[in-house]
Design a protein around this ligand. Structure first.
Ligand code: SAM
Length: 219
């Protein structure tokens, strides 16, 4: 059974990640290693390595593997970084980050998801991830600055507190746009001025809402 999933992971990386132009070898190794099937519900475990997002509890989603790869590669991680994730969800993205950075701080607004993700990450011996339940649109001020910030929910605009918590030279990846489709944006902070940002468009995407004071209002 374990071997079956390993084969599926290798195939996922080959056909969905490498074939689409992702080049970061450490990232591909991490995606070949992290057991994505543990982060989805038993009932849909056979779909865990499909080329698509999947539903998780609380009407949220685990992102498509390629989107996880695209966003992670944009952070340009070497292993020494302190990274902030907004939107822990299943914990899968946090597990990938934990293998590629020094320390990961992840914020989830729904307590049940945070609890489940924490348990999963501990079960995988990934102890360099701290998860907090809060409105992540404020960031995690006590732990700032971060070398990388990844927002895994769609925002109406770049949440202003986050750029202030990005280190000079740091990378921030966030889907920005409407409630149904967004543009994946990469911002690199160029100087002490938090508004001095290099902007890059990484393409179209579709995420669940970032809900919070610097995001969308809850329905
Ligand atoms: N990174 C996740 C994974 O690997 O499974 C997928 C994240 S899911 C697409 C988006 C998550 O963002 C949801 O779990 C949602 O509850 C969370 N979220 C939305 N608004 C938030 C906020 N203001 N602060 C923290 N989490 C938020």
């Amino acid at each position: 059974m374990t071997d079956l999933y390993r084969k599926q992971r290798l195939k996922m990386v080959e056909t969905q990640i490498r074939a689409r132009g992702i080049e970061d070898r450490r990232l591909m190794k991490a995606m070949e290693t992290v057991p994505r099937h543990l982060f989805v519900d038993e009932a849909i475990i056979s779909q865990a390595y499909n080329d698509s997002p999947l539903p998780i509890d609380e009407h949220q989603t685990i992102s498509q593997p390629y989107i996880v790869a695209l966003m992670t590669e944009a952070l340009e991680l070497t292993g020494k970084e302190k990274v902030l994730e907004i939107g822990t969800g299943s914990g899968y993205q946090a597990a990938i980050l934990a293998m590629l950075a020094d320390h990961v701080f992840s914020i989830e607004r729904i307590p049940a998801l945070a609890t489940k993700a924490r348990r999963l990450l501990e079960g995988l011996n990934l102890f360099n991830v701290a998860i907090r339940v809060a409105d992540g649109t404020y960031g995690w001020r006590d732990e700032a600055p971060f070398d990388g910030i990844i927002v895994t929910a769609g925002a109406p605009a770049l949440p202003e507190p986050l750029t202030a918590q990005l280190a000079v030279g740091g990378r921030l990846v966030v889907p920005v746009g409407g409630r149904f489709t967004q543009t994946l944006m990469k911002y690199t902070r160029l100087s002490e001025d938090p508004n001095d940002l290099k902007k890059e468009n990484l393409g179209g995407c579709r995420f669940v809402d970032l809900i919070g004071d610097h995001g969308w209002q809850a329905f």
